[in-house]
Ligand binder design. Structure first.
Ligand code: FMN
Length: 248
């Protein structure tokens, strides 16, 4: 079975039988799913070779489509006075194919040189196989309102209405990216990030510590034949809409 065929096969027979009655957008919504792709790092160069110039073109289209996600409040000016100055309360930092290869090297060297257990734990985790397997990694952040004078730098953002709306808007941009990936038959995986949310990794990637990671999004136009693909653990738990929709 080709990747493309596998992409459209779902374990849920109910979903399969629903599909023909849905329009294209609805089908894409139903078919979007988590595909956690894992590949031994020894095969990274083979995976890298699967990335074609045309994938750059498709990726740019997907990113510009994600810009059309709704947002209610402009990001604070603190987040708009640098290279990235858009008013939306999110930023996408694209770790391209070569940067992904370098990231594996960075994580390995930090694990080797650092006494800090977080790096060796990270190196033992699946993150290196996830980075090895992907086409690109998108570090999606949301942009919190600055804390007041005297707040310490490691203090969590306030859980106020404005920040909630910033997270909501940024989440809709991430979901739009996932849907655009699905529409192009790319595999996608929204991860919490693990070590990729660490401030030192932010520094390495040139991401401001004022931004907060919303997700590390792994995108793969093509999976290596040796890759292992794991579905989302909650995929089949949704049940019927009657479990979460009521009419008032
Ligand atoms: C904010 C967010 C963070 C997530 N983080 C992880 C993660 O760290 N590890 C993981 O296995 N799945 C993660 N997921 C994916 C969920 O496991 C997945 O969406 C869920 O199992 C439902 O599967 P589906 O996406 O295929 O429908 C995350 C999803 C979201 C929305």
């Amino acid at each position: 079975m080709s990747i493309t065929e596998a992409f459209y096969v779902t374990k849920s027979s109910a979903l399969s039988s629903d599909l023909p009655s849905l329009n294209l957008v609805e089908q894409t919504l139903h078919l979007r799913k988590t595909s956690k792709v894992l590949l031994p790092i020894a095969l990274r160069s083979e995976q890298r070779a699967l990335w074609q110039d045309e994938h750059d073109v498709v990726l740019r289209r997907m990113l510009s489509s994600a810009a059309w996600a709704p947002f209610h409040k402009q990001a604070h000016s603190q987040h708009c006075d640098g290279e990235l100055d858009a008013p939306m309360p999110w930023r996408f930092h694209v770790v391209g194919p070569d940067a992904c290869t370098q990231l594996i090297g960075y994580l390995e060297s930090r694990a080797g040189e650092s006494a800090d257990a977080k790096w060796s734990r990270a190196w033992q985790s699946k993150v290196k196989e996830m980075v090895s397997a992907c086409g690109v990694l998108v570090q999606a952040t949301w942009l919190p309102e600055p804390l007041g004078e005297g707040a310490s730098t490691d203090q969590a953002p306030e859980f106020d209405h404005k920040n909630i709306e910033h997270v909501a808007a940024a989440s809709s941009a991430v979901q739009s990216l996932l849907l655009a990936a699905q529409a192009n038959q790319w595999l996608s995986y929204w991860s919490s990030g693990g070590i990729l949310r660490d401030e030192e990794v932010f520094d390495y990637m040139g991401i401001s510590r004022n931004e907060k990671l919303l997700g590390s999004v792994f995108l793969s136009p093509e999976a290596h034949p040796a890759a292992r693909i794991i579905e989302g653990g909650l995929r089949e738990q949704r049940g019927d809409v009657t479990g979460w929709v009521r009419w008032v």
